[in-house]
Design a protein around this ligand. Structure first.
Ligand code: ADP
Ligand code: ASP
Ligand code: MG
Length: 403
């Protein structure tokens, strides 16, 4: 079998942990499998590098940020390869570029355009274990290094698994699978044996960082057998992320997600003219900002209010874009002391009363809901950040997820 393995920041967080990863890889190799391992930077490293850049500038050039951040995963890939060589195994590290990962030029959140697997295939044929530096690629035209967005090593692993048609892609982290909610917030959370791509995609997009959302999207598109498991207890089977039809039992609600990385932008007294929403959201899209929940209130006297949320990381750029609309707006304010709690489940499609149960659970805790949005398989609510954990636990209990 050809296995693509990915080891996250905590799993390679110290030199001893990197040795532990080398031992896991050796065991898999000894079982006769070919291995491509994708690694993250040591935990905390990427944040530290971002802080270094912020020491000089709040708006550094993004290609320089990519140059800086990509170094973290290169360190771990080389160290892991050195550790494996020392154990008598043939291993070679590769940067994203050497692994053939070509992206667009959206620095710090680049999209993979294609992967040229020639180099990896050759190295495997020569009997190598390949250690790929995650989270990075090379921009087609400029040949500058690019990074794939936070948590992007998951995407590197899934994209490689898809391109090289690996048998499985195992994401090793510090929890032994996907739980009904973050087990660090609710210790009563239960591990799921399987979860559908669509539910996992919602959970990941709504804040469950256990898998990066784009990696799940890609796994679904390329039909990758994706497994989430732990490098701390590698003997424990993890959670399989798979097609909905492979899952027999479909609970109404599968999980709860929490996202504290949102900012609520309020535009009050906006001139209510045709095309205003289009102008605002086109400008935000052009600046590569992911707008999430949007609410527009009914216009009065030619004025309307617009509320929407964006990721905290896009806040600075968003402020610049918003300045263009000052002349047409009475007031713009930003609130970062909010969070988004969401419930996710494919079973919602065929059940009624799911949303009202969530609203009641929060009301019972005296938590005010500020924005609500729903889709076929999820309900999201913006609430004050100070109630985040309380809300997660209340919802977890309301849907009997601990049972
Ligand atoms: P890595 O560094 O390995 O990429 P992350 O920190 O990105 O790991 O993701 C793992 C973390 O995700 C866990 O430690 C856990 O706190 C968190 N998490 C959030 N939601 C869930 C969930 N539903 N199931 C499991 N873990 C979750
Ligand atoms: N090191 C990067 C981050 O912290 C990528 C990753 O770990 O997946 O976001
Ligand atoms: Mg991660």
């Amino acid at each position: 079998m050809l296995k693509v393995l990915k080891f996250g920041g905590t799993s390679v967080g110290t030199l001893d942990r990197i040795q532990n990863v080398a031992n896991i890889i050796k065991k898999i190799r000894d079982e006769g499998h070919d291995v491509i391992a994708v690694v993250s930077a040591m935990s905390g490293e990427t944040n530290k590098l971002i802080e270094y850049a912020e020491y000089y500038s709040k708006t550094p050039k993004l290609d320089e940020i990519d140059m800086l951040l990509s170094s973290g995963e290169r360190v771990t890939s080389a160290l892991l390869s050195i550790a494996l060589n020392e154990m008598g195994l043939k291993a070679t590290s590769m940067s994203g570029r050497e692994a053939g990962i070509v992206t667009d030029n959206a620095h710090t959140k680049a999209r993979i355009e294609h992967i040229d697997t020639t180099g990896m295939k050759k190295a495997i044929k020569e009997g190598n274990i390949i250690i790929v530096a995650g989270f990075q690629g090379v921009v087609q035209d400029s040949l500058r290094v690019s990074t794939l967005g936070r948590g992007g090593s998951d995407l590197t692993a899934v994209a490689i698994a898809g391109a090289i048609e690996a048998d499985v892609c195992e994401i090793y982290t510090d929890v032994d699978g996907i739980y009904t909610t973050d087990p660090r917030i609710e210790p009563k959370a239960k591990k799921l044996e399987k979860i559908s791509y669509d539910e996992m995609l919602e959970l990941a997009s709504l804040g469950a960082k256990v898998l990066q959302n784009r990696s799940v999207e890609m796994a679904k598109k390329l039909n990758v057998n994706l497994v989430s498991r732990s490098s701390f207890t590698p003997e424990v089977e993890g959670t399989l992320i798979t097609k909905e039809e492979n899952i027999m039992e479909k609970p109404v609600v599968s999980g709860i997600a929490l996202d504290k990385n949102q900012v609520r932008v309020g535009m009050y007294g906006v001139t209510d003219r045709p095309g205003i929403a289009s102008a605002i959201f086109t400008a935000l899209a052009d600046a590569n900002i992911n707008v999430d929940m949007i609410v527009q209130t009914v216009g009065v006297d030619g004025k309307t209010d617009l509320d929407f949320t964006i990721p905290k990381t896009d806040w600075e750029i968003c402020k610049t874009v918003m300045e263009k609309f000052r002349p047409e707006t009475e007031n713009i304010d930003y609130n970062e002391k909010i969070c988004k709690v969401s419930i996710v489940g494919v079973g919602m499609k065929s059940h009624t009363g799911v949303a009202s149960k969530a609203f009641t659970a929060l009301a019972n805790e005296n938590i005010n809901i500020r924005i609500i949005s729903t889709s076929e398989i999820k309900i999201s609510m913006i609430i004050d950040e100070k109630y985040a954990e309380l809300a997660v636990r209340a919802l977890h209990e309301a849907y009997d997820l601990d049972k």
